[in-house]
Design a protein around this ligand. Structure first.
Ligand code: ME8
Length: 503
């Protein structure tokens, strides 16, 4: 059965991962988990981009061989993913044989079909970007270390697909998201597309996959890297696995790499006669003091420190809540702490405490039996059901920050509902108060719904809270309200989100 196939970029292992890299990976994990709790199987892929000049330079700097360097650095990524509770289905390294062999298959395939040719090319080459650049790109001034280079190389006939690509982008509204990025790509395609230089002579760079038809060259790192999306799922060797995943539903990328994904990659697939991915989603940047957080600027935030201080779910929550997909966002520790205290400690945590403490104290740890519902009760039940619909709709539209806000709004309403009914007061006067029992029955069930809906964002905390509410697992979401039945035993647990002191 076709699975929802979600990918992240494969990151260069030339340096440590940071908040930006963590963001895309968390986003992929959140989407993948969302599909799982709504009953759809997903396949999430991430990995590491281990060839090319950037990695070679990082290894040279440390005076180790490239393979020693990548073997060591890849662990920094997998360890972080494990600390962030990322549940990927596969992790691909471009130095693995399964990847290298398939890249060679693809090169042979395109070479035999006449999609690749050799030519001598003289032009401007950006050393930092590792590719030939156009006069227009020089004019735009975004590239560093530009040199003149005359070299015999192999070229992929990318220009041949320009018109087909433009047509596809215009006819397929979901192909590039958001709209602003789509317009940027269409703007780029207004200029004639060059063929893509896909080789590097070994005399200049040896760290790469050797061309199967010319051993004096290695493959251009982007041509190698983009293919990870199909080599990892068994292209050319395991057609069942491949067909279960391909075409990809979401290629998640940062806006920095939209051209490689929305121009190079689809034209490569067209030449190989493979279907194109359904959606390339380019998110914005995490900025620090208004400039892009990046390895080269050095203004990076280390996620490990934040995880140690505040826990992985608080970080996942902040990153998902504070970036509207597609726009840039400024990272700020004070904002992270404020967000945690107001949403998690105050609204969510307080609600969990109120409900569980009262049920423990007055109902011997069991969900109380409700009486008849009044108008307010019905209103909050309706809101809970509507929240499920709205959250699913927001996830489907990739508005994760809005999905989270929907759940928080339910929690705030539930806190108000408790404050109006004051079950703590009623129970002091009459331990059999039907209003108190009904209020708590409704509250625990609505709270459980909200907890489940936040599971993709905070997998560990929501499972802990579900256990506190007496559910042993996260169920597949449906619109049923009464999941925690009367006399269901609630579990143990402490305040899930203790307040963090603000400076
Ligand atoms: O480009 N804000 O790898 P890379 C948000 N190997 N996201 C950010 C970010 C920021 N400040 N900084 C990085 C490569 N990212 C290639 C990809 S794919 C076939 C090859 C995230 O290590 C974002 O997803 O430079 C961005 O596109 C990616 O990391 C770049 O990672």
């Amino acid at each position: 059965m076709k699975k929802i196939y979600i990918t992240t970029p494969i990151y260069y292992v030339n340096d440590n991962p940071h908040i930006g890299t963590a963001y895309t990976t968390i986003l992929a994990d959140v989407l993948s988990r969302f599909y799982n709790i709504t009953g759809t199987q997903s396949f999430m892929l991430t990995g590491s981009d281990e060839h090319g000049q950037k990695v070679q330079e990082a290894a040279d700097k440390r005076e180790v061989s490239p393979i020693e360097h990548v073997d060591e650095y890849v662990l920094r990524f997998t360890e972080l993913w494990s600390k962030l509770n990322i549940k990927y289905d596969d992790f691909i390294r471009t130095t693995e044989k399964r990847h290298q062999d398939r890249v060679k298959d693809m090169l042979n395939n395109l070479w035999e079909k006449g999609e690749i040719y050799q030519d001598e090319y003289e032009g401007s080459y950006s050393v930092s970007e590792e590719r030939f650049i156009t006069a227009k790109e020089i004019e735009d001034g975004n590239f560093k270390q530009i040199i003149k280079l005359k070299e015999k190389n192999y070229f992929f006939k990318m220009s041949k697909y320009q018109e087909d690509l433009i047509k596809h982008i215009k006819e397929t509204p979901d192909f590039i998201k958001p709209e602003s990025r789509k317009n940027e790509v269409l703007g780029f395609l207004k200029n004639p597309l060059n063929d893509l230089c896909i080789s590097r002579p070994k005399s200049r760079l040896s760290w790469g996959i050797e061309l199967p038809f010319d051993d004096k060259y290695v493959t251009y790192v982007w041509f190698d890297a983009l293919l990870n999306y199909i080599t990892a799922i068994g292209w050319n060797v395991d057609s069942e696995k491949f067909n279960d995943c391909w075409p990809a539903d979401y290629h998640l990328v940062g806006k920095d790499i939209i051209t490689t994904h929305a121009v190079y990659w689809p034209t490569m697939l067209m030449a190989a006669k493979l279907p194109l991915p359904k959606t390339i989603l380019a998110h914005g940047w995490w900025l620090f003091d208004d400039s892009k957080m990046s390895k080269s600027t050095g203004n990076i935030i280390d996620p490990l420190k934040l995880i140690d201080l505040y826990g992985e779910d608080s970080l996942r929550y902040y990153l998902m809540r504070d970036m509207a997909l597609g726009q840039d966002a400024n990272y700020n520790l004070d904002k992270l702490i404020k967000r945690y205290n107001s949403d998690l400690a105050n609204d969510f945590g307080n609600l969990v405490n109120r409900v569980t403490v009262l049920i423990k104290k007055h109902y011997n740890n069991m969900v109380p039996e409700p009486g008849d519902y009044n108008e307010n009760d019905l209103k909050i039940i309706a809101k809970s059901k509507k929240t499920i619909q709205n959250v699913i709709a927001n996830f489907n539209n990739l508005k994760i920050h809005n999905a989270i806000e929907e759940v928080m709004s339910l929690f705030r309403d539930l806190n108000k509902f408790l404050e109006i009914n004051e079950p703590w007061k009623l129970l002091k006067q009459d331990s059999d108060s039907l209003i108190a029992a009904t209020t708590l029955y409704i509250s625990i069930n609505a709270l459980y719904i909200g907890t489940q809906l936040l599971h993709p964002v905070m997998p560990k905390k929501t499972l802990e809270i579900s256990n506190m509410l007496g559910a042993s697992e996260i169920n597949i979401i449906n619109e049923e309200f009464d999941i925690l039945k009367p006399n269901n035993a609630i579990g143990e647990g402490r305040s899930p989100f203790p307040r963090i002191e603000e400076k």
